[in-house]
Design a protein around this ligand. Structure first.
Ligand code: HEC
Length: 109
């Protein structure tokens, strides 16, 4: 009886961890996003670059959300079209996760 409960507990923990990891992946990987943002966006969006300097803190979470929901309206939409859906999710995790009004605002160096 006790053994059965132990097995059930292990299965429960395993399921919770698996679901947690799956959900975290669904939201995108902020660390990868930081790298992708630097590689695919900061080429232009940098001080003295061809477009205005952008960092996660340049906008609020609500602002970033509007941008990600309407990328086809951006002047650089061709640049976004080169990225996979996963890349965009990762960049979203970085920008939205470190936005001006987020718990951990971040600026690009
Ligand atoms: C080839 C250069 C180039 C690349 C690469 C590029 N952009 Fe842009 N982007 C522009 C230009 C030019 C504009 C319009 C002028 C401006 O806002 O500076 C613009 C506009 C924007 C705007 C609207 C401006 C604002 O403040 O609301 C956002 C947001 C943006 N880009 C985000 C991104 C992101 C995120 C990436 C990477 C996925 C990216 N851009 C890649 C050139 C680029």
């Amino acid at each position: 009886m006790t053994k059965k409960l132990g097995v059930a507990a292990i299965i429960m923990v395993f399921m919770v961890v698996t679901i947690g990891v799956a959900m975290a992946e669904g939201k995108g990987n902020a660390r990868k996003g930081k790298y992708l943002f630097r590689k695919s966006c900061r080429t232009c969006h940098i001080e003295d670059g061809s477009a205005k300097d952008l960092s996660p803190v340049s906008k609020t979470q609500a602002d970033w959300q509007i941008i990600f929901d309407n990328t086809s309206k951006l002047q650089c939409k061709e640049e976004w079209e080169k990225l996979s859906e996963k890349d965009i999710l990762d960049i979203h995790a970085h920008l939205w996760g470190h936005a001006f009004d987020s718990p951990s605002p971040a600026k690009c160096k």
